[in-house]
Design a protein around this ligand. Structure first.
Ligand code: PSV
Ligand code: MN
Length: 385
């Protein structure tokens, strides 16, 4: 693909940012407060709009319910639009209530399952108000000990819950199911892997797809294979981008392994995923770095990985592969990965009327100083609060 074609695709690429990235977060040992952190969903959206203002590539914001509960979602959506962004995916939360200690939609008690499904249905009501297309489902359900509950019955309960929510979706709405192989449960989780998520969404129908959170795999998992497979089957719905060194670290996308992000974006591009309604979101928690620049960095990292992926000489790659030229094929891929795409992206930003250096532009905008002075009093938002 030549440079003008690469730029045309990058101009359209949007990376959704999560509202919770702008609140305080930390580890189970300590949450560090930062100055100017938003105190409500309106302020979170204002911060998210800054990411878009400087990158032109983050036009939508994911909400997490109940963290982002407000009186009027129509009003919140109008607030977002006034700032040049829109509300994107609605993330459900069935993991922070005492009732959910033994699970939510897979809980052995029918009353708890009812409560969880009602929450999911409420999330679809919110989607109606915000105009959101996707409901993101991640369940913390699972077991810590063998024998704790019936693995098989829990799949039946999960299927029953998913059926009810699926039936509530409007024609243009979708549900996207996220998998995770551990945490908070350590022996078994009820949606541990892409195979389980794929089987449930396949049974449900075309409006159900799979979410790939890049932090939710065992070390060494070939995530680009999963991406290629799901795209081939029309079942890749969304990404939660972040990076990890050890567990589900939720670090900035592309920070730990830019080569992996490139390989993923190569399969996305190869499988038509840049044009298939896939939602690209950052699911990150910024514990020690400032949050808005942290999101800007991740958006830029995804853009860089995508630009490199688009620069792969696919004809030369195909020819080398067909000839069994192992080293030649690998060299084609590595040439693209080793290309410095920063000048290309800087040029693109200038063409879009943006500063070629979004990080520096944000730093000199005075926004951080302004909100630090203004946001005094009230309770700072935080992951889980
Ligand atoms: C779970 O680890 C997860 O990735 C889900 O997407 C949650 O909704 C999110 O983290 C919260 O950060
Ligand atoms: Mn996630």
């Amino acid at each position: 693909m030549d440079v003008p074609e690469v730029k045309a695709i990058l101009r359209e690429l949007q990376i959704e940012v999560p509202s919770w990235a702008f609140g305080n977060s930390g580890t189970r040992f300590k949450v560090f407060a930062q100055q100017g952190v938003p105190r409500d969903p309106y302020e979170k959206i204002a911060d998210a709009a800054e990411v878009h203002r400087h990158t032109g590539a983050a036009a939508t914001v994911s909400l997490h319910i109940p963290w982002d509960k407000v009186e009027s979602y129509g009003d919140l959506a109008a607030h977002a639009e006034g700032l040049g962004v829109r509300i994107g995916v609605i993330n459900s939360n069935t993991f922070q209530d005492d009732d959910y200690m033994l699970g939510s939609v897979c809980h052995p008690d029918k009353a708890v399952r009812r409560k969880a499904v009602d929450h999911l249905l409420e999330c679809v009501d919110i989607m109606d108000a915000t105009g959101s297309r996707d409901l993101k489902l991640w369940f913390a359900d699972g077991l810590n000990y063998p024998g704790q509950d019936d693995l098989r019955a829990r799949q039946d309960r999960l299927a029953e819950a998913l059926d009810e929510v699926y039936a509530r979706l409007g024609d243009e709405q979708r549900m996207v199911l996220e998998y995770k192989f551990f945490e908070p449960a350590f022996y078994a989780t009820d949606v541990p892997d892409w195979g389980t998520a794929y089987a449930h969404t396949l049974r449900l129908g075309a409006k159900a797809k799979v979410v790939v959170d890049t932090g939710h795999h065992a070390p060494g998992t070939n995530i680009e294979f999963i991406v290629a497979f799901l795209l081939r089957e029309g079942k890749l719905g969304a990404f939660d981008f972040n990076s990890r060194f050890y567990a589900d670290d939720d670090l900035m996308a592309g920070a730990a392994d830019p080569f992996q992000l490139f390989r993923i974006m190569h399969e996305v591009a190869r499988g038509g995923g840049l044009d298939a309604g896939v939602n690209f979101m950052l699911d990150q928690c910024h514990n020690i770095e400032p949050k808005i620049p942290g999101q800007i960095r991740s958006v830029m990292n995804v853009q860089e990985a995508t630009a490199k992926a688009l620069l792969v000489d696919t004809d030369a790659l195909g020819a080398a592969q067909a000839a069994g030229d192992v080293l030649g094929a690998n060299a084609v891929l590595m040439d693209a990965f080793n290309t410095d795409v920063r000048p290309l992206l800087a040029e693109l930003r200038e063409e879009q009327g943006l500063d070629p250096d979004p990080t520096a532009a944000f730093a000199s905008s005075g926004y951080l100083e302004k909100v630090a002075a203004e946001r005094i009093g009230g309770a700072q938002a935080g992951w889980g609060a």
